[in-house]
Design a protein. Structure first.
Length: 264
């Protein structure tokens, strides 16, 4: 704020009074010295022979303090209390970072600043485009990592042929399976019938064992009872021994028949 602007403000505040002017200066964060009020032309203690306005030294001091207070006012406006690196991203701030920013020397950051602030960023626009060496490196990378257009078309055609071949084979397999379907249904029914027959035999055998247990113990016994389980184990052992005995007898009979046939 210049001295002339302060004179203009003082002239425009003639009718507002000293209190209103004090509040205005307080909002501007200017420390008003007592000499300013004493020499103010509109105060009650002002002598008519004194100067109409304060001295230029007072306004220079106020101007210096006002310049310092601008930073304080800017901090007071930051009600979000966000760091400067985050606050400058807000739309109403849109503040470009200082050139001393640690990332300002990096190429990608300079490009970002130019894209956002344009010529105000002070960045040379020529760095937006890659250099010849970067273009050559990019072409070499594309040649190594990315196939050419002809190779891509050929690969797409091969994939299409493979898909058609797979679909044809699948259709042939479905036709062959549908032709075998009646036979598979008959086999399935036979397996289910055999399974039901086996289950029925097991159920009948269990019922017979329960009847035998009831006759042995003299009362109806629970199949989960340990006595019944032990009886089943004994029965299985007896059946195994009987089966083993029958096999042995059969082997002896075959041996005798072989001996008789050999003698003849």
């Amino acid at each position: 704020m210049r001295v002339s602007s302060l004179y203009t403000m003082a002239a425009s505040m003639t009718k507002l009074g000293i209190n209103h002017l004090y509040r205005l200066l307080s909002l501007r964060n200017i420390h008003v010295q007592s000499t300013l009020f004493v020499s103010w032309p509109f105060s009650e203690k002002t002598d008519k022979n004194e100067e109409e306005f304060p001295s230029e030294e007072v306004f220079e001091v106020a101007d210096e303090r006002n310049e310092v207070s601008e930073e304080m006012i800017d901090k007071m406006r930051n009600v979000s209390r966000l760091p400067d690196r985050l606050r400058r991203r807000l739309p109403h701030v849109n503040k470009m970072p200082d050139s001393n920013h640690p990332k300002f020397d990096q190429l990608w950051f300079k490009r970002k600043m130019y894209a956002k602030f344009g010529q105000e960023s002070g960045v040379d626009a020529r760095i937006m485009w890659p250099t010849r060496s970067e273009i050559r490196e990019r072409i070499e990378e594309d040649t190594i990592l990315e196939p050419s257009l002809q190779e891509r078309l050929q690969k797409a055609e091969e994939e299409k042929i493979q898909i058609e071949k797979y679909l044809n084979q699948r259709q042939e397999k479905i036709k062959a399976n549908m032709a075998k379907m009646p036979k598979w249904i008959e086999e399935y029914k036979a397996r289910e019938s055999k399974k039901l027959e086996t289950q029925k035999k097991q159920q009948d055998k269990k019922q017979i064992l329960l009847e035998q247990a009831r006759e042995y113990f003299g009362y109806a016994i629970d199949p989960r009872d340990q006595k019944f389980i032990r009886m089943l184990e004994e029965k299985e052992e007896e059946e195994k021994k009987l089966l083993k005995k029958k096999k042995k007898e059969k082997r002896l009979q075959l041996k005798e028949m072989y001996n008789v046939t050999g003698k003849q």
